[in-house]
Design a protein around this ligand. Structure first.
Ligand code: GLC
Length: 507
């Protein structure tokens, strides 16, 4: 907008908004779950609408530097450890390296990596170490130390989950007078409130309770493992955001608030819910090289070949007529696998279904699924480890995709399944409630089957409704088409993030 001043016209230079995403994972460099997927797609979608966006993650030993050549941008970052014990290191030394993707690359956002041998390089896994709190406050503080020196300063830092909760905490306390850093606004995105950075947040003794207001403990102190970095992110960030509108409401209640509902209710004017999207270029049944036969809405007949392929791949009885149910999931309590314990056998033996599942996790679920597949080898097929390709076969081949979660901040597989024509059966919670509309046979509307109570009866009811409707090919095909047409593209979510950022900067 031209501004008229003393008859001289100045043109306000429009510099793009600068946003830095901070997380523990980002696909394709390292990805363990949904967070890694979102850290791939959301930055990309923001870049598309003109944001100068970058990502910052640790440099784990598994990074393939042949595929992603790195440039060192900072040889020596001295990260203060705040220890008062002279024998302990006063600083941890890190490097910052950067990967700049070539023009036209699918993941086209520049990525910074924090390098440290002891805490990232030597570890085979992203999570699961006793010193995770130290590893991730090192990330938070290392980034701030880097930004003090860097000639690129973001307007917004978007932190993700508890691992990055110390960043807004440091920024608003230790670095509050820094001329550069104090201008940065922070958004804290919650992908899963259950994980808070302490061993068991549901059973913290009075003595160990973290009110979130004391200074971040020094790197090597015992107190660090008792600090609740989810809580601290919520307290210190300028805005809090979670990955669906319904989850943003749910976490204000006792049932879903994971003991932070009082705090979240106090802070509700700073709390937003923006649904995750789906990467439509990456996930496209018309072009996906990983599936047996490509198809789209106008050639649904071809989808059958993928179902047959799925049955063969899992060594099940092959017939187009048998309804196939699928799940792609981590095997943990959140995902509602418990609900299948009393009903899976009945579904197989009395309702003639087949069941396929891909995903790793807790032994009690693995044992149950292994036993069931031993009992019904031609009906139940399992791959009890995560996999990058098999989920696509399930999405493209299964008739029904189950997501019976106890809670689900957003959930991605229901959207992925719908994109590939798998009709979702979901519990009405979080992002599942926001993405699946219950089928209404009376007016032929809806995109899947939704049940409310977290109970096997409730899930069973939804499945029987689905299996009955499966018999009517015309209405069933209409249902598949509506599911495939549902629009979860990242564009609209990216716009919402952008307006949240702009709102913060106006403040
Ligand atoms: C977590 C949540 C899941 C969400 C994902 C990405 O894994 O459990 O619901 O889709 O993060 O935001």
């Amino acid at each position: 907008m031209p501004i008229l001043a003393n008859k001289i016209i100045f043109f306000k230079k429009k510099t793009p908004l600068k946003v830095l995403f901070v997380a523990t994972e980002s696909s394709p460099y390292i990805s363990v779950g949904g967070l890694g997927q979102v850290m791939f797609s959301l930055p990309r979608a923001l870049k598309k609408i003109g944001v100068d966006v970058r990502i910052f993650i640790p440099k784990y030993g598994s990074l393939d530097e042949g595929q992603y050549p790195l440039e060192t941008v900072e040889k020596k970052i001295k990260v203060p450890t705040d220890t008062e014990i002279p024998e302990q290191p006063q600083f941890l030394i890190c490097k910052v390296k950067k990967y700049t993707p070539p023009a036209g690359a699918l993941s086209n956002v520049p990525v910074y990596f924090l390098e440290n041998k002891e805490y990232y390089e030597k570890r085979a896994n992203v999570y699961g170490y006793a010193d995770d709190p130290l590893r991730f406050i090192l990330l938070s503080r290392g980034i701030l130390e880097f930004l003090k020196q860097s000639n690129w300063t973001p307007d917004i830092i978007n932190c993700n989950d508890w691992h990055t909760g110390a960043l807004p905490n440091y920024l608003k306390t230790v670095y509050k007078d820094d001329p550069k850093l104090s201008k940065i606004a922070t958004v804290f995105s919650i992908h899963n409130l259950y994980h808070q950075g302490i061993f068991d947040h549901r059973f913290v003794s009075e003595l160990d309770f973290d009110d979130g207001k004391s200074p971040v403990a020094s790197f090597f102190s015992e107190r660090l493992t008792k600090q609740n970095f989810m809580k601290r992110g919520i307290i210190y960030a300028d805005a809090i955001n979670t990955v669906s509108e319904t989850y943003a409401q749910e976490i204000l209640t006792k049932d879903y608030g994971e003991r932070l509902d009082d705090l979240l209710r106090e802070e509700r004017t700073r709390l937003f819910g923006i649904l995750n999207g789906l990467d439509y270029e990456e996930l496209n049944p018309q072009t996906d090289k990983h599936i047996e036969v490509n198809f789209d809405i106008s050639s649904l007949g071809k989808r059958k070949a993928n179902k047959i392929h799925l049955q063969k791949e899992f060594n099940l009885d092959v017939s187009e007529k048998i309804p196939v149910l699928g799940m792609v999931t981590r095997l943990d309590e959140q995902k509602g696998i418990d609900l299948l314990f009393p009903i899976l056998e009945i579904l197989v033996s009395e309702f003639g279904i087949e069941f396929t599942i891909v995903g790793g996790g807790e032994p009690k679920y693995r044992t149950f699924l292994e036993e069931m597949s031993k009992k019904f080898p031609k009906k139940i097929g399992t791959h009890l480890m995560s996999d990058s390709i098999l989920p696509r076969h399930i999405f493209a081949g299964t008739d029904l995709l189950l997501v019976p979660s106890k809670f689900e901040p957003c959930g991605i597989t229901q959207m992925e399944g719908m994109r590939y024509g798998a009709v979702p059966v979901v519990r009405k919670t979080g992002g599942l409630a926001d993405t699946v509309k219950d089928f209404k046979p009376e007016n032929n509307q809806g995109t899947g089957f939704v049940f409310e109570k977290f109970s096997s009866y409730s899930l069973f009811g939804a499945l029987i409704r689905a299996l009955e409707n499966y018999k009517y090919k015309k209405t069933w095909n209409d249902l598949i088409k509506r599911a495939m047409k549902a629009d979860f593209s990242w564009e609209s979510s990216a716009q919402k993030y952008l307006s949240l950022y702009q709102k913060l900067l106006q403040k």
